[in-house]
Write a protein that binds this ligand. Sequence first.
Ligand SMILES: Cc1cc2nc3c(=O)[nH]c(=O)nc-3n(C[C@H](O)[C@H](O)[C@H](O)COP(=O)(O)O)c2cc1C
Length: 222
Amino acid sequence: MMNILAINGSPRRHWNSELILEHALQGAQSGGEAQGEIAQLYPMRYSGCLGCYACKRKPNQATICQFKDPLTPLLQKAQQADVLLLSTPVYFFRESAGMCAFIERLLYPWTGFFKEGYASKRPKPLTVGLFYTMAGTEQTVPEHGHEHFADSTDVFFSFHFPGYERLMAYETLHTEDYNAVELDVFDPVARRKSREERFIKDCTQARAIGASLAAKARAAQG
Ligand SMILES: Cc1cc2nc3c(=O)[nH]c(=O)nc-3n(C[C@H](O)[C@H](O)[C@H](O)COP(=O)(O)O)c2cc1C
């Protein structure tokens, strides 16, 4: 049975990042027998990497973060997963702090710094999808100088998860009621239209990515 782990990196339940993730998960489950769940990062109180280097201690370096806190069970699940789906809002043109902290804790133990060179020490094959949702548009993101915001994560993910797939969902709806908040630079009518048209397409794309990742995982299992 294939094991799918989906992680919502938004503090908001049932908003853009989780909706996209639900579609990705459904796509991943569509092709056959698969066990899947969505884990929420934000109800947990955990930290990013503490730089303790316990995962690098010789002779038997651990492939799981040695610091124990409420994130530990989720990191253990990630060790067992065949498909990992990560969804995050874009905050100041990075992943959310919760998602950044998760990635630090997951990937440092999996990164080998051997004399012969760098190596990925992830314990088993894992196909990964990374889903970003953001308010910026395809025009404004480069105009504001942020077109490379995901490059650094892309380098690490390409290294650890060859063939990982990524989706950028632009122009998301911030809130149901733009009158109640000061987000005046955004046109509420255009946002609503984007939610009803563009976002639906992004969800369809997320579903296709989920299905594609599951197919790759199935192929890797043989
Ligand atoms: C603290 C904060 C920072 C944000 N920074 C950005 C940003 O740098 N670029 C952007 O395009 N959108 C930004 N946004 C908008 C969110 O990325 C966007 O609304 C996202 O879809 C929210 O995801 P959610 O609905 O799953 O919570 C920011 C929102 C918040 C609350």
